[in-house]
Design a protein around this ligand. Sequence first.
Ligand code: PGA
Length: 253
Amino acid sequence: MTARRPMIAGNWKMYKTCAEAEETARGIVELLHGSEETDIMIAPPSTALVPVSRIIGDTPVDLGAQNLFWENQGAYTGEVSAPMLISAGCRYVIIGHSERRQYFGETDQDVNKKIRAAIAAGLVPVFCIGETESERDSEKTFSVLDKQLEKGLEGLSEEQFRPGLIAYEPVWAIGTGKTATPQQAQDVHAYIRTFLKKRFSPETAEATRILYGGSVKPANTAELMALADVDGALVGGASLKPEIFAEIIHYKR
Ligand code: PGA
């Protein structure tokens, strides 16, 4: 049996003004009752981090950012650093999301620098990996994931990495309504855990939470969460409405 605490995380992407984000956060907090066994995180756009952190305050909801830059400060117009995210109330930061890789040219090396910067500042990275549809079709899934994992975690010691999280997000399942089948998700999650075992140790592999992301919705959460190596969900579209996100949080009901 697994001792890993389940985690449901919401990635709001580039949605919501401050007022909208506050309203959504308030809605989620109101619907939390009975979710004590699950860790919950929401990642609003950076403008809404501070207002949302005031709303979630001492509730069980944690704050996450969607990105960061690896330097602590400097002449990097438009960027936000790990210490700044900490000062805004963040505990987590999503790193290497496929949209960042695809639209903003983020490389595995960039992802590695970001993970190191996050850890150095005391943030918990949610390290995203995943293959595209054509990579899956040409049976490159595992080699792609190997490369992302190897490069993303380069130079990190086991102590530094723990308690990091990994999110497996097949690119073809993000925002498409196509979810990985339970078999596909379990196969990849087990593969990632084996990778962690070899890269770090059996203990760290066992302790690391691996989230699934890609068209998670209330109707498929329980099935995904029942898989042996799926420890949580990173939810995009379905995290934008409190009632729907709360249904996912309460997937056991
Ligand atoms: P989705 O996005 O749930 O809208 O598919 C998931 C993600 O990008 O994290």
